[in-house]
Design a protein around this ligand. Sequence first.
Ligand code: IPE
Ligand code: MG
Length: 234
Amino acid sequence: MDGNGRWAKQKGKHRVFGHKHGVKSLRKAITFASEKEFKALTIFAFSSENWKRPKQEVNMLMELFFTVLGSEVKKLHQHNIKLTVIGDMTSFSDRIQKKVSEAQKLTENNTGLALNVAANYGGRWDIAQATKHIAAQVAKGELSIDDIDEDRIAQGMTLYDLPEIDLMIRTGGEQRISNFLLWQLAYTELYFTDILWPDFDAISFQNALDFFSGKERRFGQTSEQVILQAVSDE
Ligand code: IPE
Ligand code: MG
């Protein structure tokens, strides 16, 4: 969700104004994903690098995160949405951690959209967590080194319980992953748009889906194999 600050600047306003409008876009995106019956939507709300921003902006983003969690969680629950926060929660204040666990608890059995909010998240952190988990199992003698494979690593990572990610959308014009879901994006289609996040609406989202629909997903196979597979699946 990139571009809040620039959007505000273009309007001669403070960055905070952009973040607040960014929340409106987020609401629209969640509604869109839920109505389209997406299995999952993962949003990058706050990266492990975002702490480096001016203290005032970090505080404001935390406050916004807290307020939005409080005000929206009932609505998410009513829509059968399951909320999960991924990232290192230990750096957040106690009251945020408490709000997050309450929100997760309330929605944990919901069967609709899996809404994952990446907060203090980093793709490298995710891989490091999985590595620690495996090392601990090996140290305890529960796992042998020969049994470490890709799936075993993935098991220790966030989003393991969800299908492979189909599409990643980055707004705001940069064409980078910026330490988002590094492992999980291995086969994901990447969509970059110059639209700034506060301007991203249902039409923009649909354009991204149309881009995705136009892609042939081969996962390393040839085009012919993919077509044959599709025919035999029918
Ligand atoms: C939103 O956009 C990112 C966060 C929610 C932290 P930015 O704040 O990065 O906006 P730009 O890139 O300065 O325009
Ligand atoms: Mg930015």
